[in-house]
Design a protein around this ligand. Sequence first.
Ligand SMILES: Cc1cc2nc3c(=O)[nH]c(=O)nc-3n(C[C@H](O)[C@H](O)[C@H](O)COP(=O)(O)OP(=O)(O)OC[C@H]3O[C@@H](n4cnc5c(N)ncnc54)[C@H](O)[C@@H]3O)c2cc1C
Length: 443
Amino acid sequence: MSEHIHQVAIIGGGVCGTALLYLLSEYTDIDDVVLIEKYDGVAKVNSHGRNNSQTLHCGDIETNYTLEKASKVKDAAEMVVNYTASLDNRDEIIFKYPKMVLGVGERECQLLRERFEVFRTRFTTMQLLEKEDIAKVEPNVVMVNGELRPEPCVALAVLDEYCAVDFQKLAESFVAEAQKSESTKLNISMHSHVEEILEKDGIFHINTQDKSIKAKFVVVSAGGHSLLLAQQMGYGLEFSCLPVAGSFYFTPKVLNGKVYTVQNDKLPFAAVHGDPDVLVEGKTRFGPTALLLPMLERYNLGTFFDFLRVLRLDKGVLKVFWDLFKVSDIRNYIFKNFLFEVPGLRRWLFLKDAKKIVPSLELKDVEFAKGFGGVRPQLIDKKKSILMLGEAKINPGTGIIFNMTPSPGASSCLVNAEVDMRLITEHLSAVIDEDKLQAVLHK
Ligand SMILES: Cc1cc2nc3c(=O)[nH]c(=O)nc-3n(C[C@H](O)[C@H](O)[C@H](O)COP(=O)(O)OP(=O)(O)OC[C@H]3O[C@@H](n4cnc5c(N)ncnc54)[C@H](O)[C@@H]3O)c2cc1C
């Protein structure tokens, strides 16, 4: 058992944990940080390129965001773009494609036209594309057999900005940059599954399967498992977790960039979109679906039991389920998403959704993307009986923080890490190099 006490321990080597590792080593005088990860490398779970939609969310094509939320997301995404600016391997991490949100039918077209007037002031490169303009960028979206599709269509588009990220490569680059820091002693503990965290006299004892690691401050960025570790310590008992898995489908290359669809505002989950896959050349990836799945990690059956431990089923949780099920749009959507997983049926059903984006798609074009997809750990606030969308943080103020980061958590990794960096430096009376932070990440 090591007697050494690290200044900061980060549990979870996804894009969020590694972003914090980078910030602490590059912009603070904290000189001893340990990253603890249960797998043999970073970003093997939700931050892996296979498991998320690879979108750098900027708020312009996500119609479920208000202007206020979109502005925040845009600032967060700009930090990622600024960070990559000086990297030698930038081209392997972040990608430029045309992107748009497509409106189909009178109602959606009207909604996008109104949205354009509000959003163009903040998103100055945004364009309103009529059907003929869309055809120049994404011919397969509006052309069928050489003719324009009959329904009214418009799109809000941004044609030349970074919008896709390999979040695993981003996480690896955070570690590589942190390792360059001469003033910080960096410890990376892979294959270390954290089983419990105990606090004794202001020091945290992090017990893995084979060792105990001590630290003055702990940040847990372990996806749905953050809640499990928090609840073991008696924190966050007012929360439950609803894991929402997302699957994907491949077609041959039919799109040049990202094409999102208008969100049904009754549904709490993102609408289906299609885009090039940065890991699989020559294919277009459609998705994600939204499947309620009793597991904290996709394709990891063992996490079923972890789910049961964080579910903490009671009246508050049941009320949230009831509220979801009683809205017919949500109920139908949940059932449809179950069917999306049924072999034989799923391709046929999904085709109907994908045809909204590319009307000429046929059943033979669509294949289920086996092994792709992740789980969004959406929290339920049991006291308020609400499903919480977006990120959540449990900060008891004792020197430990637990982060749960569903979408757009990967896009917001640096801004969220900055919040944690400020909490840590305050607690440890450490100093941030504000000038450097402004010059590199907030320029
Ligand atoms: C289908 C889908 C699509 C998405 N699309 C997008 C998108 O396009 N854009 C976007 O910005 N976001 C997207 N997201 C969200 C994004 O993937 C997450 O917000 C982000 O990856 C979260 O990063 P993280 O580091 O918090 O978690 P993770 O990447 O899940 O990392 C958590 C880490 O903790 C480790 N860990 C867990 N428990 C322990 C333990 N006990 N001991 C040690 N280590 C542990 C895990 O092994 C893992 O490495 C999507 C998510 C899903 C599911």
